[in-house]
Design a protein around this ligand. Structure first.
Ligand code: NAD
Ligand code: ZN
Length: 342
């Protein structure tokens, strides 16, 4: 089968011929139709310090995908051949207190497909049946291929009650934009999204009814004044990983405000904890998606009018994967979907 492989411990990814992975009794084999490129894949492509520490070589990469089941293991029930699916890319253990308590997303033995174990940038993916999420007919393969990052956005946005609240999203990358769309969908009042990249802010405004703010040009105090906000934002969704954005969020939240933080700072950065303490802020870290509550809510919201399709800015055949990676690296893209059938 064709697969995108981290074949050598150096920058790059290689489209290569690989054996179809054999499945075990509790697995399914998925024929991949479409995949999404994630920021994580860019780290692996660039072979930065994190990737060198984390990713075994050689290995098939990729973790955002949609496809259909072509084979099931002998223990697998209720997943018919031909079923269209996406699935959770975090493969968990069942021994920890968290997993045995049903809090699967908190299992410390979690391994990521395409990061620690073979991934989805391939014609076929082996996946535990436990991880499979069947797709309703109304959700097509390109949306199916971006459910992993949409799930990050949904997990973050639904961490706190947003109904009637004023929400500040820092970072208009694909996930920040989708989290702003979720905030709007579930009934926030003002949704302000910040970035320092005008292309991304324009994309945010196309995807959802949000107020885009270029924080390299405009101060959030004047934005709050324009919107008639007397105090500050009730909820912050940190989606940039930029320390400056976190500082700004702390500054512009109300007393008792809540922050859900998905963005990953590139290196340890100082925080003004005095402000966090005296404002009595709650800061919640977010990793991955809740299994499988995030998946349920995400599919249900897509079926009830949440529309994030415009966040996809590039659709390419797999043979053009280098173009896709270049577009992602430029910072001037939304989601990029690669088609394995073309
Ligand atoms: P991205 O890198 O595409 O987007 C980040 C955006 O933040 C960029 O558009 C950038 O211009 C913007 N930015 C930079 N400095 C800023 C500032 N001072 N103020 C406001 N915006 C600023 O990332 P993405 O793919 O959308 O993912 C969002 C974040 O979530 C990343 O940090 C990523 O590493 C992280 N992530 C975390 C998880 C998790 O499980 N915790 C999963 C996926 C992604
Ligand atoms: Zn991802």
């Amino acid at each position: 089968m064709r697969a995108l492989v981290k074949a050598m411990a150096e920058p790059g990814l290689w489209l290569d011929d690989q054996p179809v992975p054999p499945i075990g009794p509790d697995d399914v084999l998925i024929k991949i139709n479409k995949t999404g490129i994630c920021g994580t894949d860019i780290h692996i492509y660039a072979w930065d310090e994190w990737a060198r520490r984390t990713v075994p070589v050689p290995m098939v990469v990729g973790h955002e995908y949609a496809g259909e089941i072509v084979e099931t293991g002998s223990n697998v029930r209720n997943l018919p051949i031909g079923q269209r699916v996406s699935g959770e890319g975090h493969v968990i253990g069942m021994n920890s207190r968290a997993a045995r308590g049903g809090r699967f997303h908190l299992d410390p033995e979690t391994k990521g497909i395409g990061v620690n174990i073979p991934g989805a940038f391939a014609e076929y993916l082996r996946l535990p049946a436990f991880n499979v999420v069947p797709l309703p007919d109304t959700i097509d393969d390109e949306i199916g291929a971006i459910l992993d990052p949409l799930g990050n956005a949904v997990h973050t946005a639904l961490s706190f009650d947003l109904v009637g609240e004023d929400v500040l999203v820092t970072g208009a990358g694909p996930i920040g934009i989708m989290s702003a769309a979720v905030a709007r969908h579930v009934g926030a009042r003002h949704v302000v999204i910040t970035d320092i990249n005008p292309m991304r802010l324009a994309l945010a405004a196309e995807v959802a009814d949000v107020v885009p703010v270029d924080v390299s040009k405009e101060d959030l105090s004047s934005v709050k004044a324009k919107l008639g906000m007397k105090e500050g934002f009730d909820i912050g969704l940190e989606m940039s990983g930029a320390p400056a954005a976190f500082d700004q969020m702390v500054e512009h939240l109300v007393m008792g405000g809540k922050i859900a933080m998905l963005g990953i700072p590139a290196r340890p950065a100082p925080v003004d904890w005095t402000k966090v303490v005296f404002k009595m802020l709650t800061v919640k870290g977010i990793y991955g998606r809740e299994m499988f509550e995030t998946w349920h809510k995400m599919l249900a919201m897509l079926q009830s009018g949440l529309d994030v399709r415009k966040v996809i800015t590039h659709r390419l055949p797999i043979s053009d994967y280098e173009l896709g990676f270049q577009a992602m690296q430029s910072g001037n893209s939304g989601k990029i979907v690669l088609d394995w059938k073309r």
